[in-house]
Design a protein around this ligand. Structure first.
Ligand code: DAH
Length: 330
């Protein structure tokens, strides 16, 4: 009788060096397929003399069972190998640096607002806020602003519910709200959003203002001027040049527009200011003979545009990339 164990050894050896599914299938066919070594042994059983058949048949069956279990084991090993190979094909190198995302940064207007508030707070001003939906009284009447003033026109202002409420057109109404509630000395600064019916390269329907108010005994234009000079040098750098031009606002007398000199760029108007009008003081129950004050309203969006070279104010409310585009084209 032949040495059937030779077949098992041969199978073991070939399986050991088998590393792929394809190879394994070939091996299976070579041993157990239609013309496979073990299959042909089975076929031979019928041609043997009857007395030899049972013993031979038994051995061949055992051989077949051994072969099947060996192939089964190899199958498991090869499956693992194939799975690992697939993973590697799609593999990501975890040590490779990931795509860089730029870290977001503070909005230019808010950065300017923060710096100005920091400077004013360090000078003794307290930050207060007022509502964005305001009454006609606080936005205009109490600020001595007559009905003929252009800012009161429907075309210039967003009215809400008839003509009683509106989106505040400036932060000056906060002056009135504060003076109504407190007695001097008052030293407050009020940042926030304001609204006007404008939209072009230099105007937005929503923009920011910072309102300043100081009321005390004997407050004069000199205090206003010193405060503005100090603010300019703290925010824009040592010994910043400013210029005060006479102007008109209904709620201040006298009134000034204030420009800041930017080297290589020229004078830029950044705020309106003045001595609080006696009528405004009277409206909040303050005796103008006893108290006086200065006020100013500053446009931080404009400051941001000058400082960062932003040509179109609308860039401030577009996404980040458009700001850079506009800057580049300057
Ligand atoms: N409220 C004025 C405006 O929006 C700016 C302003 C001018 C504010 C003079 C003031 C001031 O407090 O004194 O145009």
């Amino acid at each position: 009788m032949e040495d059937l164990s030779g077949i098992v050894d041969e199978l073991r050896e070939t399986l050991n060096s088998c590393n792929s599914l394809q190879e394994l299938n070939e091996i299976r066919a070579r041993f157990l397929g239609k013309k496979g070594k073990i299959t042909s042994l089975m076929k031979r059983i019928s041609s043997l003399p009857p007395q030899e058949r049972p013993a031979f048949g038994k051995r061949v069956n055992e051989l077949k069972a051994t072969a099947e279990s060996l192939i089964q084991q190899a199958q498991q090993r090869v499956n693992k190998l194939e799975a690992e190979r697939k993973l590697l094909e799609r593999a990501v190198d975890p040590t490779f640096p990931g795509p860089k995302r730029p870290v977001g940064s503070e909005h230019p207007s808010l950065k300017v607002i923060r710096e100005i508030l920091e400077a004013l707070v360090s000078m003794g001003f307290e930050v207060v806020e007022g509502p964005e939906v305001e009454t006609v009284y606080y936005n205009f009447e109490a600020l001595n602003t007559p009905a003929w003033h252009p800012s009161r026109d429907m075309q210039d202002t967003f009215y809400v519910r008839g003509e009683e409420l509106l989106l505040r057109s400036h932060t000056s109404p906060v002056q009135v709200r504060v003076m109504e509630k407190r007695t001097p000395p008052i030293m407050v600064v009020s940042p926030g959003r304001v609204y006007r019916r404008d939209y072009d390269a230099t105007h937005l329907p929503m923009f920011h203002q910072i309102e300043g108010l100081y009321v005390d005994r004997h407050v004069s234009v000199a205090h206003l001027k010193w405060t503005l000079m100090e603010l300019a040098s703290r925010v824009f750098g040592e010994k910043k040049r400013i210029r005060m031009r006479p102007s008109f606002f209904p709620f201040t007398e006298p009134s000034f527009e204030v420009d800041v000199w930017f080297e290589g760029k020229g004078w830029f108007e950044i705020l309106g200011s003045g001595m609080v009008h006696p009528n405004v003081l009277k409206n909040v129950g303050c005796d103008p003979e006893e108290w006086s004050g200065f006020a100013f309203g500053l446009g931080p969006d404009r400051v941001a545009m000058i400082r960062y070279g932003i040509g179109d104010i609308r860039s401030l409310v577009r996404n980040e990339s458009s700001i850079y585009q506009v800057t580049k084209h300057l």
